[in-house]
Ligand binder design. Structure first.
Ligand SMILES: NC(=O)c1ccc[n+]([C@@H]2O[C@H](COP(=O)([O-])OP(=O)(O)OC[C@H]3O[C@@H](n4cnc5c(N)ncnc54)[C@H](O)[C@@H]3O)[C@@H](O)[C@H]2O)c1
Length: 349
């Protein structure tokens, strides 16, 4: 959609225009598609700022957030930086009266999420997290088939999710525990967000976490900075809900690839999702049937359509800060449990 004379302009910008996945460009293009006007880019790497200038001719560029907040009138700012910077930058922008979209993960740890939410509440600005994968084609279809009238696998009682394959972590900030928050905070938060969509109304009761660390750091060349404070080789948790359901999530760089990224297990079958498509496995009267198919098209651009509709027409925010905090809370509890060696109870359901 685009702005009309009746819809107010929403000026937007991004903090972080990194080259790993060109996410700054993706955010600005999706903001524009939703009806917002890209006006500013902040990036500490001068070479990446040059890329932004080519991608968005005439856009204002800044090398510090202080300068951007002082000189730009952008109303909505997306934070697309390493994970440890999300909460401090979000709070800085919220205190300056800007609306904030934090890339996933919302922040490292429940307490950091609470501080960001408090800052938003104090200023009346909105804060949300870029859970664009909420609209991935595979989960849109799974929600429809599993929770809709067909209820293709009966009652869901467990969800298994996994990501990773055997291999030494790359020499980048994601492999540094201090900068990334740990192995769960990258793909883990996407996977968990899928699972929570499939458990509406379920309240979290406890989390048991496990972690293995140190193997790859001992093998990697010591000059690689991440080896000083490495992410876990594997992180795993089981989250238990009051409905009797549980979620098992594993992120590993030691184990072999799991056959499917997501397996939703119900009383009447298994709905499996992998990159190539979905499979519905059933067994009735000793006869096994397997249906399979392609995923729907992903619609991650809907996140900014929703943010724009929320800001201009008061439509409800889909990814509320509380929803984003719930994912972080479970990961936080998993890591606390792994360190403590026993299950831990939640602060938030
Ligand atoms: N939702 C998704 O599908 C998706 C995909 C990829 C990455 N991400 C997320 O996006 C974020 C960034 O990841 P990436 O892969 O783009 O990393 P990246 O390393 O490519 O980019 C990060 C950029 O932030 C810049 N930066 C760091 N501190 C800054 C500061 N204070 N001010 C301005 N710029 C700063 C760095 O110079 C770098 O260019 C992470 O939170 C990551 O999890 C999300």
């Amino acid at each position: 959609m685009s702005s009309t004379p009746e819809t107010p302009t929403v000026r937007c910008g991004v903090i972080g225009y990194g080259g790993a996945f060109n996410m700054g460009r993706q955010h600005l293009n999706e903001m524009k598609r939703a009806g917002m006007t890209p006006v500013a880019v902040c990036e500490i790497d001068a070479a990446r700022l040059d890329v932004a200038k080519v991608d968005f001719p005439g856009i204002a560029t800044f090398s510090t957030v202080d300068a951007m907040l002082a000189e730009s009138d952008a109303q909505v700012l997306a934070i697309i930086t390493p994970h440890d910077t999300h909460a401090p930058l979000a709070i800085q922008c919220l205190k300056a009266g800007r609306h904030v979209i934090c890339e996933k993960p919302f922040a490292i740890g429940t307490d950091a999420c609470d501080l960001v939410i408090d800052a938003a509440t104090a200023t009346g600005a909105i804060v949300t997290t870029y859970h664009n994968r909420h609209w991935d084609g595979w989960i849109l279809r799974a929600v429809e088939k599993i929770l809709g009238p067909e209820k293709v696998i009966g009652d869901v009682y467990k969800i298994r999710l996994s990501s990773g394959s055997r291999g030494q972590p790359r020499d980048w900030w994601r492999s540094d525990f201090g900068k990334s928050g740990g192995v769960m905070y990258d793909w883990g938060v996407h996977l968990l967000e899928y699972a929570l969509q499939l458990l509406p109304g379920a309240k979290l009761t406890e989390v048991t976490g496990f972690a293995r660390r140190g193997y790859w750091a001992s093998k990697a060349p010591p000059e690689q900075a991440w080896t000083k404070n490495p992410i876990e080789d594997e992180g795993r948790f089981v989250a238990r809900f009051d409905t009797g359901t549980w979620v098992e999530l594993t992120i590993s760089s030691l184990d072999r690839n799991a056959p499917n990224m997501i397996e939703v297990v119900g009383t009447e079958g298994v709905y499996a999702i992998n990159w190539a498509g979905w499979e519905l496995w059933k067994q009735e009267g000793g006869v096994t049937t397997v249906q399979s198919g392609k995923h729907y098209e992903s619609q991650g651009y809907k996140l900014y359509e929703n943010v724009f509709a929320h800001l201009t027409r008061g439509e409800p925010l889909v990814i509320t800060p509380q929803w984003a905090r719930r994912c972080i809370h479970i990961i936080d509890l998993a890591m606390r449990s792994a360190a403590a060696g026993h299950a831990v109870a939640p602060k938030y359901e």
